[in-house]
Design a protein around this ligand. Sequence first.
Ligand SMILES: *[C@@H]1O[C@H](CO)[C@@H](O)[C@H](O)[C@H]1NC(C)=O
Ligand SMILES: *[C@@H]1O[C@H](CO)[C@@H](O)[C@H](O)[C@H]1NC(C)=O
Ligand SMILES: [Cu+2]
Length: 186
Amino acid sequence: MRASTFFTSTFFAATALAHGNIVSPPVRLPGPVTQQVCGADTVSALTADETGPLENIPSNGAPDCNVFLCKGVQFEDNQNNVQAFAPGEQVDFAAELPIPHEGPCNVSVVDLATNTLVGQPLISFASYADENLAQLPLNNTQFSVTMPTDLGTQCQQPGECAMQWFWFGTNAQQTYENCVDFVMTA
Ligand SMILES: *[C@@H]1O[C@H](CO)[C@@H](O)[C@H](O)[C@H]1NC(C)=O
Ligand SMILES: *[C@@H]1O[C@H](CO)[C@@H](O)[C@H](O)[C@H]1NC(C)=O
Ligand SMILES: [Cu+2]
């Protein structure tokens, strides 16, 4: 985090923890299963600051707690939070970027069992959240993706696929993620 020193102390206190996150569609949030798999301090870090970078989240070396996949948050805590999208559907995203850090960003469909990309990224920014701009382009905080039409039977089971927002602040050396669990409707 590089919060500039010209911020007043009040502003700094209010925003020092805030870097960025997806606010819509609903993202994966931690619960008891994440606590069991990762540890209580992982859940504390995730809930203390939903906008923080992965680098601040302890994995405790737990084999099933990969903070680089959906922040380590487990699907089992989010079974009631699975979105349904149709092939070709336009899905609108809203993001908050209270402390921008310039770097690449994308949203991709991820196969959760193997942590591999399904197809090409749905959207990709070579330069995102550039703090040197007077104002961020609107598409940094409001953008849309079009759901793929060529997945066949892939991504039809809950927990099989998520859309993952992935942003890396190059100078900050901070990585940000959020996962949207979804199923593709036939
Ligand atoms: C998506 O963005 C992340 C973070 O910038 C980057 O590490 C990754 O290589 C990108 N993936 C693709 C397929 O471009
Ligand atoms: C976002 O908007 C900027 C400024 O208009 C534009 O240069 C860039 O290509 C857009 N990126 C995407 C992924 O739409
Ligand atoms: Cu930051």
